[in-house]
Design a binder for this molecule. Structure first.
Ligand SMILES: Cc1ncc(COP(=O)(O)O)c(C=O)c1O
Ligand SMILES: [Zn+2]
Length: 412
C-alpha cells in the first residue's frame, strides 16, 4: 500500500455561513448565491488523526504553525513576514487597580504592519496567489489596506485600495510606499466598498473586501488558536474584542469550534464580548434588541477608526458568536477609550491603539457590574500599535533654550 503523506492543509470545501450551501474550495470564490459569506471548512477528523497539539511545540513562532488548519495548499505559496505568535501579556499593575488579577492583553501591536490585519493579509494574499489572482481590490478603514498592500507587494500582486480620507495617515503611506493604487473617498468604508464593488465587476478583479473572500478570516482566527496555546490549552473566561466588520471575533469563535472538534480544548468556551464605539454601535444595538442582524448606523463616527463600520456583512455571525458563548456586546465613548489608552501606557508601558483601548473600558464596566468576576481570566484584544495613531495623543511640552535649566524641583 502507498503511504500517504500528511497534506500541508486539510481545507476541504467552502460552506455558506447562512444557507449552508457547499462550494468547491479550489477556485476563486466570493459570496454565496444567497449573498452571504463563505467560510472555509476543513477535514477536521483527518486533521485530528494527523496533528496533535504536542506537535506544535517544535514549530516556528508564526501563525503558519497551524498550517494544516489554514487554506494554503502548498508551502511555496506562503507569503510571510513572520506574522503571528504575538505576546499574551499579564497586566499585574492594572489588574490590581481594577480588581481583575488575571487580566491579560493579547498584543497585536508587535506584528508586521503594526495591526492584526497582517494575519488576514498574510493568509488572504497567500491563498489569492495560489488561486492565480493577479489583481485585487478592497475598501479599508486603513490598517487592512496597509497590510494587504504590503503582503501583495511581497507576492507581486497588483492592488487597488479605496479608503476614507479620514483614515489614519500612516496607512495611506503604507499603501503608497508598497506601490498600491490608492484612492481616498469623501465618505465611510461603506462608500469605499460601493466604489470597489463597481470596479471589481467592471474589471474582473479579485474582490478582497471583508468577508467577500473566504480566507482573510482564516488568518484572523489564528488569534484564537494562539490564545488557547499560550494558556496551555486552558481557554480564558472572557475575551473582549473591538468589533468593526467583526472578522476577528467571528474568526476567534471559528477557531474555538475547530479546536473543540480537534479535541484540543474542552466544552467550556470563553465568553466573547463585542466592543463598539458609542457613535457607531450597530451590533450592540442589535444585541440589546435581541435581533439577529444589525441596521445601518447613520452618521457613524469614532476616533477608533478601525471600528467605524456602520453595517457589517457578517453582523449575524458576530451576534451568533456572542450568544453561543454567553457573551455580550457593549459600547464605550471616545473620551473613555482615550483615557484608557493613557492608563494602560502609564501602568503597563503599552502604547495600544484606540480600538484596543475600547476593550479596557468595556472590561472595567463589566467588572463594575459584576458580569466579570474577580477570579476570572480576562483577555483584552489589542488589535494594533498606538504608534500608528500619533494624533490620538495630545501633547503639550515645554520648549527650552539651550542655556535653560530643567524647571524641576529635586526632592531630597
Ligand atoms: C486596529 C483595528 N482594530 C479593530 C478593527 C476591527 O476589525 P474587525 O473587522 O475584525 O471587527 C480594525 C479594522 O479596521 C482595526 O484596524
Ligand atoms: Zn448561502
Amino acid at each position: 500500500m502507498k503511504s500517504m503523506s500528511t497534506p500541508f492543509s486539510f481545507l476541504h470545501h467552502l460552506t455558506c455561513a447562512r444557507c449552508h450551501e457547499i462550494y468547491e474550495a479550489d477556485t476563486q470564490a466570493h459570496l454565496c448565491q444567497c449573498g452571504s459569506p463563505l467560510l472555509a471548512s476543513y477535514d477536521l477528523e483527518a486533521a485530528r488523526e494527523h496533528l496533535s497539539k504536542e506537535m506544535l511545540r517544535e514549530r516556528e513562532p508564526s501563525l503558519w504553525r497551524y498550517h494544516e488548519l489554514l487554506p494554503v495548499r502548498s508551502p511555496e505559496n506562503v507569503v510571510t513576514l513572520g506574522e503571528g505568535m504575538t505576546p499574551l501579556l499579564p497586566l499585574p499593575r492594572l489588574g490590581a487597580q481594577l480588581d481583575m488579577p488575571q487580566l491579560y492583553v493579547k498584543d497585536e501591536g508587535t506584528i508586521p504592519t503594526g495591526s492584526f490585519k497582517a494575519r488576514g493579509a498574510a493568509v488572504g494574499v497567500s491563498r489569492a496567489k495560489e488561486l492565480g489572482v493577479k489583481t485585487l481590490a478592497m475598501p479599508t478603514n486603513g490598517n487592512a489596506g496597509g497590510a494587504w498592500a504590503t503582503y501583495a507587494a511581497r507576492a507581486g500582486l497588483d492592488t487597488y485600495i479605496v479608503m476614507p480620507e479620514e483614515a489614519p495617515l500612516i496607512t495611506r503611506n503604507e499603501c503608497a510606499i508598497s506601490g498600491a493604487h490608492l484612492f481616498l473617498v469623501q465618505g465611510l468604508i461603506s462608500d469605499a466598498g460601493a466604489i470597489v464593488g463597481r470596479a471589481v465587476k467592471a474589471h474582473q478583479w479579485y474582490d478582497a473586501s471583508t468577508l467577500k473572500e473566504p480566507y482573510r478570516i482564516e488568518g484572523k482566527k489564528t488569534m484564537g488558536y494562539e490564545i488557547a496555546e499560550q494558556f496551555n490549552w486552558q481557554v480564558p473566561d472572557v475575551i473582549l474584542y473591538p468589533t468593526g466588520g467583526g472578522v476577528g471575533i467571528i474568526g476567534i469563535y471559528k477557531a474555538l469550534r475547530e479546536m473543540q472538534a480537534l479535541g484540543w480544548i474542552g466544552e467550556r468556551l470563553p465568553r466573547l464580548v463585542a466592543v463598539q464605539a458609542e457613535e457607531c454601535a450597530p451590533i450592540v444595538k442589535a444585541w440589546q434588541e435581541g435581533k439577529t442582524e444589525s441596521v445601518l448606523w447613520p452618521h457613524s463616527r469614532t476616533i477608533a477608526f478601525g471600528i467605524n463600520v456602520p453595517k457589517a456583512l457578517g453582523d449575524f455571525l458576530v451576534l451568533d458568536a456572542i450568544r453561543a458563548t454567553q457573551g455580550c456586546a457593549l459600547a464605550v465613548s471616545d473620551t473613555e477609550l482615550l483615557a484608557a489608552q493613557a492608563q494602560l501606557a502609564q501602568t503597563e508601558g503599552l502604547f495600544i491603539c484606540p480600538e484596543g483601548a475600547a476593550t479596557l473600558v468595556a472590561a472595567k464596566q463589566l467588572r463594575a457590574s459584576g458580569w466579570i468576576k474577580a477570579d476570572e481570566r480576562v483577555v483584552l484584544l489589542n488589535t494594533g500599535s498606538g504608534i500608528k495613531y500619533p494624533n490620538t495623543v495630545q501633547v503639550s511640552v515645554p520648549l527650552l533654550q539651550p542655556q535653560d535649566e530643567l524647571p524641576v524641583s529635586i526632592a531630597g
